[in-house]
Design a protein around this ligand. Structure first.
Ligand code: FUL
Length: 474
């Protein structure tokens, strides 16, 4: 009922209001759904866990894989409590060892002594995710240092067959992850991948799943593994100019203002220095405060955050990692609360009929403020009746209408009348702008350059704190 009512209001808004033209390229429905997930987990757990390596060679004895207490429910329970929306598992890494019994490789759990060859980690995780209401994603390394067919045409079909197994036997998959690393196989040959075939497998068996790689097709790598996107982060990119493992990817990492396709970035980063578990990194787990800064620099810079948890040799998330994830969840809960009083009037320089600034933060889904096309430097002005102690501002564009803002600046006035100006570039799905904590009496946001009319759907005020209850940014 509420849905229909909102639709009715929106329709009448566009009946009486001026129609707003979308700016291409636009995200698809599944890209929009993915973007709303914001934060989910990666699990690197495989042969490397037991050999203390990051990249295996493919010559490892399958019996080396031998978790003593594997419990995927523990992973899912912790991930859920930590606020993650899903988990992506390394079903096969570069060494080729498969965590499920595949018909297309001998190098798998089926040929190990673990559970007498009857184990299946993908199945266990799929069941655990269902139980805890998490989405399941699959990482399947195209590079395979074990497979005898690697480096020949036959391997492309092997990979596609493995995709089919994973896409048809374990329930819904929300994301399929292609790693860009591509080296030589056991015969010294490199593979020429059949990307159209691989993409078609996901399209056929799980059309709602987004596909990740350096070049999409649906979502892309952010260009570093340190946990941050950039002040300039465009979702559009000239997708067809690049491919997974593209050597000059650096030139593409910010996306492109006039890019041909919508391929939003995902920030992948590990909670430890390595992707895999190494005992000597037990005391190098990132702190909740540094995870919070990563969140601000990823989700807060037009990306989604994929945080990797290296599961240990027991087959469990280590206590230190779990404690840090919980600490991160606790400071997110407090710090991400919107402090903007509901009664605050947000003034705008101009507004299109039916898209007034009152629609910012409006409960109607899809509502937004639209500046007039003739307004060269639109602005929003927010005067607080009661000054607020805060250190961050959140802005969102209604990305279903395309990404627009190229350059903007924020002027923050404190209770002494002192003004700080911050110059910024893109917004996109969500921008979190941190600054030194102060008592703020007004904020003005001026949009200096945009690809078409300026549209803003959300504005929030935050006070981001550390685990010691101090301001996160000093
Ligand atoms: C990289 C791989 O080489 C690492 O081992 C890891 O899986 C990371 C997520 O992607 O390309």
């Amino acid at each position: 009922m509420i849905k229909y009512l909102s639709l009715l209001i929106l329709c009448s808004v566009s009946l009486f209001g001026q129609e707003i033209k979308p700016i291409l390229p636009l995200p698809s429905a599944k890209q929009l759904t993915w973007q709303s997930l914001e934060y989910y987990g990666f699990v690197h757990f495989n042969m490397n866990t037991f050999t203390d390596a990051e990249w295996g060679e493919g010559k490892e004895n399958p019996n080396t894989f031998n978790p003593t207490d594997l419990d995927c429910e523990q992973w899912a329970r912790i991930a859920k409590k930590a606020g993650m929306k899903g988990l992506i598992l390394t079903a096969k890494h570069h060494d080729g060892f498969a965590l499920y019994p595949s018909k297309y490789t001998k190098h798998s759990v089926a040929n190990s002594l673990w559970k007498n060859g009857k184990g299946d980690v993908v199945r266990d995780l799929s069941n655990a995710c269902k139980k805890y209401g998490l989405k399941l994603g699959i990482y399947l390394s195209p590079w395979d240092r074990y497979h005898p067919d690697y480096g020949t045409d036959a391997y492309n079909q092997v990979y596609a067959n493995m995709q089919k197994e994973l896409l048809t036997q374990y329930g819904p998959i929300f994301e399929f992850w292609y790693d860009g690393a591509n080296g030589e196989g056991p015969n010294g040959k490199k593979q020429v991948y059949d990307w159209p075939l691989f993409h078609a497998m996901v399209e056929k068996y799980q059309p709602q799943a987004v596909q990740f790689s350096d070049s999409g097709p649906d979502i892309r790598w952010v260009g570093n593994e340190r946990g941050y996107a950039y002040d300039k982060t465009w979702s559009p990119i000239n997708r067809d100019e690049i491919y997974p493992g593209y050597p000059k990817f650096d030139a593409y990492k910010n996306g492109q203002e006039n890019g041909s396709h919508w391929v939003a970035p995902e920030v992948d980063v590990s909670i430890r220095p390595g992707w895999y578990y190494h005992k000597d990194q037990d005391n190098k787990v990132k702190t909740p405060d540094s995870l919070m800064k990563i969140y601000v620099a990823s989700v807060g810079r037009n990306s989604n955050l994929l945080l990797n948890i290296p599961v240990d040799r027991r087959g469990l998330i280590h206590e230190n990692d779990s404690a840090s994830m919980m600490g991160f969840a606790a400071i997110r809960k407090i710090g991400l609360q919107n402090l903007l009083p509901k009664s605050t009037q947000i003034m705008s320089s101009t507004a299109v009929n039916g898209h007034f600034s009152q629609l910012i933060n409006h409960p109607i889904k899809g509502a937004y403020w639209a500046a007039k096309e003739t307004d060269a430097t639109p602005y929003l002005l927010l005067s607080l009746k009661q000054p607020l102690l805060m250190n961050a501002l959140v802005l969102q564009e209604p990305i279903a209408m395309g990404q627009r803002i190229k350059k903007f600046h924020v002027e923050i006035t404190n209770t002494l009348g002192e003004i700080e100006r911050i110059n910024l570039q893109t917004i996109g799905n969500k921008r979190i702008i941190p600054f030194k904590q102060r008592k703020v009496s007004s904020i003005k946001i001026t949009f200096d350059e945009s690809r078409g009319q300026v549209l803003i759907s959300n504005l929030e005020l935050l006070n981001l704190i550390s685990t010691r209850n101090e301001p996160l940014y000093q």
